[in-house]
Design a protein around this ligand. Structure first.
Ligand SMILES: [Zn+2]
Length: 244
């Protein structure tokens, strides 16, 4: 076939533009999805570092710990607070005057570093679990992924502490000599056999914490089991390995 000239015909141009538009439509949601996940990860990592600085300042700081002391310590070590979130969300430590040990940190866009923050409240969580679960005659492992009590309990905790319900899970285990409270990354959308990491807090039968208030790091496997005809993921406590 002979071409009349070296340029594109109108039809060819329309086809090329249409293909470009299609390609852009396919790519853009993936790109935004990716950057949002990356920003979320960076923000939570920065929050976690800031949170660790708060823990240090609370336990070892020379001045008394309050909102001002927390902000000062973080800025000194990590720089301005507004730089901690790549999406420009406001990352703010919060030290309640009523009880300065219950400090938290969160971002207006990405929420808080749930796992660390929940550790602060593991005793409250245990009290709620005992009051609403074990004291009502239930036994064994309480999973936050459970279709009935577990999910309601998780939502109560997320609401109470201003956390993102999709970012964490936990399990409480009643033993003969006390309780273990496991707090870990969300496992609902993970696969059985995958490894999850978190922190465990040990309490005796009088609900008194045994060991460090910072908890002990662990890794454990995700398993799956049917509860009321629903297949749920849960932390296989038997697989848990404590970290040094
Ligand atoms: Zn953020």
């Amino acid at each position: 076939m002979k071409r009349r000239n070296k340029g594109f015909t109108l039809i060819e141009l329309i086809v090329v533009v249409a293909i470009l538009v299609l390609l852009m439509l396919m790519l853009v949601p993936q790109l935004t999805g990716f950057t949002e996940t990356a920003a979320d990860t960076v923000c939570h990592a920065n929050q976690l570092n800031a949170y660790k600085i708060m823990v240090l300042e609370y336990t070892l700081g020379k001045e008394s710990f309050d909102q001002e002391a927390a902000e000062k310590a973080i800025i000194e070590k990590l720089g301005p607070l507004e730089k901690l979130c790549p999406s420009g969300g406001e990352v703010k430590p919060n030290v309640p005057d009523s009880d300065t040990s219950k400090f938290t940190i969160s971002c207006k866009i990405h929420g808080g570093a749930e796992q660390e923050i929940l550790g602060n409240y593991s005793k409250d969580m245990l009290e709620m679990a005992i009051h609403d679960f074990y004291d009502k005659g239930k036994i064994g492992q309480l999973d936050s992924t459970g279709p009935n009590f577990g999910m309601k309990f998780k939502k109560t905790i997320a609401d109470k502490y201003g956390l993102n319900v999709d970012n964490f899970d936990f399990a409480v285990v009643k033993k003969s000599n006390g309780y273990s409270v496991y707090i870990f990354d969300a496992i609902v959308n993970r696969k059985p056999g995958e490894v999850v990491s978190g922190k465990v807090y040990e309490y005796d039968n009088q609900e008194v914490l045994i060991g460090s208030s910072e908890g002990q790091s662990f890794t454990g496997e995700i398993s799956s089991k049917p509860v009321d005809k629903v297949q749920i993921n849960y932390l296989n406590v038997g697989s848990v390995k404590l970290q040094k």
